[in-house]
Design a protein around this ligand. Structure first.
Ligand code: GDP
Ligand code: MG
Length: 171
């Protein structure tokens, strides 16, 4: 089994940290290039086939240009991002907060609504938010009806990263 997965989200939500946690020692390629206008392959996760389980290869893509466009170039990059959403097998949208807290996430969600590709929500930094805040974030995002699954993680502590890998395999 093999698939392409887009990891998206505002700056600083923990995309790179989560990807590193996913790749762990199975790391094949990891670049730390700054964002360019091109799509960047950030890492390939491989799990060898065993007698019990089939092998898996997942190619993670960091999608640039997801922000509210301020000009023509911004429009173009956002369009390009939207196109890649149609081409991947799954989208992992990472946030660290509630929807109502900032303007960044609602904009991305509007874009996500337009694509049929399966979408997983990762609410990261649960080590910091606490259970009450997490529950409210969960309910708020669940209410959008956009996501096939929601997982709370602490990427920096490696918490629930296995669940993200399992959900990504199921895309
Ligand atoms: P990106 O811009 O989305 O790629 O975010 P980064 O992966 O670079 O993380 C941004 C900052 O958040 C860094 O200082 C990370 O150490 C921190 N961070 C990432 N994941 C977690 C987490 O689960 N908990 C906490 N407390 N901090 C995190
Ligand atoms: Mg990053």
């Amino acid at each position: 089994k093999s698939g392409f997965i887009s990891i998206i989200g505002r700056p600083n939500v923990g995309k790179s940290t989560l990807l590193n946690a996913i790749l762990g020692e199975k790391i094949a390629i990891a670049t730390e290039k700054p964002q360019t206008t091109r799509n960047t392959i950030r890492g390939i996760y491989t799990r060898q086939e065993t007698e019990e389980r089939e092998g898996v290869q997942m190619i993670f893509i960091d999608t640039p240009g997801i922000h509210k466009p301020k000009n023509k170039l911004g429009d173009f990059m956002t369009e390009a991002a939207l196109n890649t959403f149609h081409e991947v097998d799954g989208i992992i949208f990472i946030t660290d907060d509630r929807l109502s807290k900032g303007p960044g996430d609602p904009y991305i969600l509007e874009m996500l609504k337009k694509v049929e590709t399966p979408k997983l929500l990762v609410i990261n930094k649960i080590d910091k938010t606490g259970p009450e805040e997490y529950r409210r974030a969960y309910e708020e995002f669940e209410g959008t009806g956009i996501f096939s699954g929601i997982i709370g993680t602490s990427a920096s502590q490696g918490k629930n990263v296995e669940d993200v890998i399992k959900a990504a395999e199921a895309f």
